[in-house]
Design a protein around this ligand. Sequence first.
Ligand SMILES: [Zn+2]
Length: 379
Amino acid sequence: MSTRLNPKKAGLALLVICCIVIIAMVLLSSTRYWPFERAGTTEADPIKEVADRVSKLKQAGDTPTLEQLVDAFQPLELVDIHNHDASGARYSSMLNVWKKDYIDKVVLFGDVSEPSAIGTDSVSWSAYQKSPDQFLPFFSGFDLHDKRSLDVIRNNLEQGYFGLGEIAAASTYSPVVSKVAWKASDPMDGFLPEIYDLIATYNAPILLHIDPPSGYPVLKLEEALEAHPNTIFIFGHMNAYNSPEEIDRLLAKHPNLYADFFAGFSVYNPEGGGHPETFITIMKKYPDRFMLSTDSGYGIESEQQAIDAMYRILYLIDNPELAKKIAHDNMMALIQAQPATKTQLSSIQKLATDSGETYDYGKMTKLEAGKILADANKE
Ligand SMILES: [Zn+2]
């Protein structure tokens, strides 16, 4: 038997070895075991980053300042999901505050369920056109007792608005919302049932103001949640004048209900009871259903104080994974689940014909389409 290697077999063996090495390198490079720095892809893990920064803060022992909290939680890209600064175009005076306090995105609208909201809706739209990475426009300018509200809603969602809000679904005690011309008497009033069905076809959420958050209005909310299981309902400032037990009961029963947690109310408003930590257990129980907001600082010292409160809640949560969901991921999941609309796609097709650009229309989200269109408008 010859000990010389058959050249054909040796070649084949070499080829097999090369293939194994290449496959191993590809697999390794996508894992944390890859020993070399990947140029341009070295993204810091925000959760680890926050864990490190928070543990340093804790070692210091004192109550952290807002600046320290902003620095610790900055990698989470905090989203304010309930903001009225389209009213009086107040948002332009907040730009520096948001920058300094690392508010990554703002769900922006203005007046609530009254004719003047038509104007503030267009302010939130134009803010979004200028800064599509910073604002998520919602709208509230329609009379839910009028069938034509369905056309307004369809047109606005087609145009690229991401949701309806803040909508007065019931109000008895709020000195502002109880007086608005287009408020509903309860969450099933007027054309609201038809509205819930329409917005489900766009995956667009509705942010409701309901006060009191108990009794008949909540009974009707539960009727709406059950009759419209594909509609996403966000209970505005759900922690205001409400107990953790009641929030627990509603979230347990209704998977299509989300909680807007107005941090400033529980942290700084004396009527909030002064014990924000009592809500942390239910946040842990429903990690995908809570989001944070400022409500533009309604009823407290300032919007800045309401931002401070959001960061204090993230600190109280004491769990960077959960904090990331509540600060950012839960709202962005609702936004990213919205597909590009027919109106957006046909506008983009027109753009593409002019520019020769190609787009992947099949999987395009409303967020991506909105950014393409806003950027094109600026050119
Ligand atoms: Zn509000």
